[in-house]
Write a protein of this length. Structure first.
Lengths: 344, 69
């Protein structure tokens, strides 16, 4: 299944706009086990294979496992060293990977204190992330709806949500999306108490058919906030990736969800990728290896390439546009020998 | 004959009296699920992100695999 490959996609525009600032992508899901970390790793590797400098940040504070999935069992430094103030800058905890273009900031797992950083520590982390020197920064978030995840998600210019066409996972995705949007609204209108009251009422009274028009209520409250409200609605446009797709049903679900979200919250969403159910991904995962390197020709690798096309990211660092999947495979095959485990 | 007044009677050290209390953690009260007692609220509010009615509505939007015609 190929997503709409319009050259005028919102995402392409957003990616172009990012030219003036850091291209930071946050990856979230709202539910564990959707394939978020697998996507983050392979997406980062795909960009690194095209010659871009990429930093992958494991921001699943407390539950980090990307270093394991990349075969780096004991990273020298982790996020813990930065959060605990043992180093001054986040750049000091960068860990190299077998790929010369990909660097990692490992999250410190098994440590309770860093899974709940203080507000100041979190803000310091977000500031430092935007100061890192790289072409792309990929931030893999935790699965839960904590303020950490919501704030990291909202701080990134582009957010991906990974979901599957299964009831509890769609609900998890919707719950995360709604919580992130409400938090974004509250941050924007934190000085306008009357707007905060509308949002709080909306949250406290629960959703119902009669009361669901949150955006309409804010618009009706004051004309002065219209401009800022429109700005929030225009910039809050998470990109959806459907994982483990088995049929066209996922596309229909996505269409239904998007019209529901637009009607109730006033912002637009876009699906940028449909990743088919593929045994090769599970096989690669079982070996703690990225599917892109172990099975560069697999169906999901093709879907990942199609996502790069839709997102306008199918360019090498020298600006050459990669038009075909076979051309893309050549780049990923060049990348593969750097990884020790693939030589065995 | 003027007598020198001792100003510094605080038992806290000089550096502790400079600036605000840095131990304070700033939190946005609007994001906390606790009742605002200044407004007379007593019970904890229902801050469920997704209501039961909403869940049912979303459930109708999900087209399961194999039922896409």
């Amino acid at each position: 299944m190929i997503p709409n490959q319009s050259n005028n996609s919102i995402f392409s525009d957003a990616a172009e706009d990012l030219g003036v600032e850091k291209k930071i992508f946050a990856i979230a899901s709202g539910k564990g086990g959707t394939g978020k970390s697998t996507f983050a790793i392979n997406f980062s590797l795909a960009l690194a294979a095209l010659g871009h400098e990429v930093i992958l940040i494991d921001a699943d504070l407390g539950g980090a496992d990307i270093s394991n999935l990349l075969g780096i069992s004991t990273p020298r430094y982790t996020m813990k060293d930065f959060i605990h103030g043992e180093v001054t800058y986040l750049a000091e905890v960068l860990e190299s990977t077998p790929s010369p273009k990909l660097r990692l900031i490992a999250g410190g797992s098994d440590i309770v204190s860093i899974s709940n950083p203080l507000y100041q520590q979190k803000m310091k982390l977000i500031r430092n992330m935007s100061q890192l020197e790289a072409d792309y920064i990929i931030v893999d978030l935790g699965p839960d709806i904590s303020f950490n995840n919501l704030d990291f998600f909202n701080a990134a210019p582009v957010g991906f949500l990974i979901t599957q066409n299964i009831d509890p996972i769609i609900l998890g995705f919707y719950r995360f999306l709604k919580a992130a949007f409400v938090r974004r609204l509250k941050q924007e209108f934190k000085k306008e108490q009357y707007i905060l009251n509308i949002i709080n009422d909306f949250q406290n009274q629960g959703w119902s058919r009669k009361r669901r028009n949150l955006i309409g209520s804010i618009r009706a409250a004051s004309r002065e906030v219209h401009g800022r409200l429109e700005m929030v609605l225009e910039t809050f446009q998470p990109k959806l990736v459907f994982n483990k797709v088995e049929s066209n049903a996922a596309k229909k679900t996505a269409d239904q969800m998007f019209s529901f979200i637009l009607e109730n919250f006033g912002f637009r969403m876009q699906t940028v990728g449909y990743f088919p159910l593929d045994r090769d991904v599970e096989r690669a995962y079982a070996h703690s290896e990225p599917f892109l390197l172990r099975y560069p020709k697999c169906h999901v690798a093709k879907a990942l390439f199609e996502l790069l096309v839709v997102a306008g990211l199918n360019k090498t660092n020298s600006g050459e546009r990669i038009e075909s999947f076979s051309q893309f495979i050549r780049y990923t095959k060049i990348e593969a020998p750097s990884w020790q485990f693939l030589k065995v | 004959m003027s007598k020198e007044v001792e100003v510094n009677k605080s038992p806290r050290s000089e550096d502790r009296r400079k600036g605000g209390d840095r131990r304070k953690v700033h939190t946005d009260p609007a994001t906390l699920p606790f009742p605002d007692r200044r407004k007379g609220e007593r019970r904890q509010m229902d801050r469920r992100i997704v209501s039961e009615e909403e869940k049912k509505e979303i459930g109708k939007k999900i087209i399961p695999d194999g039922e896409d015609g």
